[in-house]
Write a protein that binds this ligand. Sequence first.
Ligand SMILES: Nc1ncnc2c1ncn2[C@@H]1O[C@H](COP(=O)(O)OP(=O)(O)O)[C@@H](O)[C@H]1O
Ligand SMILES: [Mg+2]
Length: 172
Amino acid sequence: MTGREPVKYNHKGKDIMTETVRIMSHSPAETIAIGCGLGKLLQPGDILCLAGGLGAGKTCLARGVAMGLGADEARVSSPTFVLAQEYRGRIPMYHLDLYRLRSAEEVEDAGLDEYIGLDGVAVIEWPDVYGPLLNMDRLTVDIATTAAFERELILAARGDRYIRILEEMRPC
Ligand SMILES: Nc1ncnc2c1ncn2[C@@H]1O[C@H](COP(=O)(O)OP(=O)(O)O)[C@@H](O)[C@H]1O
Ligand SMILES: [Mg+2]
């Protein structure tokens, strides 16, 4: 179902490369290690979308990303009541949670779009509500619960830069 072969598709006259990698996690610690491996490679302006249902492990993965960025991962929690939280590491991590928002307009009214493509990494939980992301190069991790402590992570890269991250990524 997934593989390391890049796939090319055309969007509005532009060739776009995509690649998908499937990783199984067997514990929260493993999910954190995967996030950490990604965090080490992320650069200012990067976009990381975290999809999957409640309790899938999006915030757990975000904690690992913070660790990989050199931020205090213990501070990372579900930003459910705060729409955006900032963590300071090698570069800033902006942790956004769109769960409570219903439309791209609401995202923009809350000013959350301004965190995307800034001087840090935007880590976005519940990204589907913000349609403009679909046209942006990004890395999306879709997490599914397959057993009590087991998660299937589908990492989908859109654009050369994120394909490189997938190819270079090693769990911490
Ligand atoms: N392999 C795993 N990876 C991530 N979380 C796991 C795993 N196994 C069990 N869990 C548990 O699932 C829950 C994930 O919570 P959280 O990261 O807040 O999810 P989300 O942000 O997707 O709602 C935590 O209670 C965590 O301990
Ligand atoms: Mg969460």
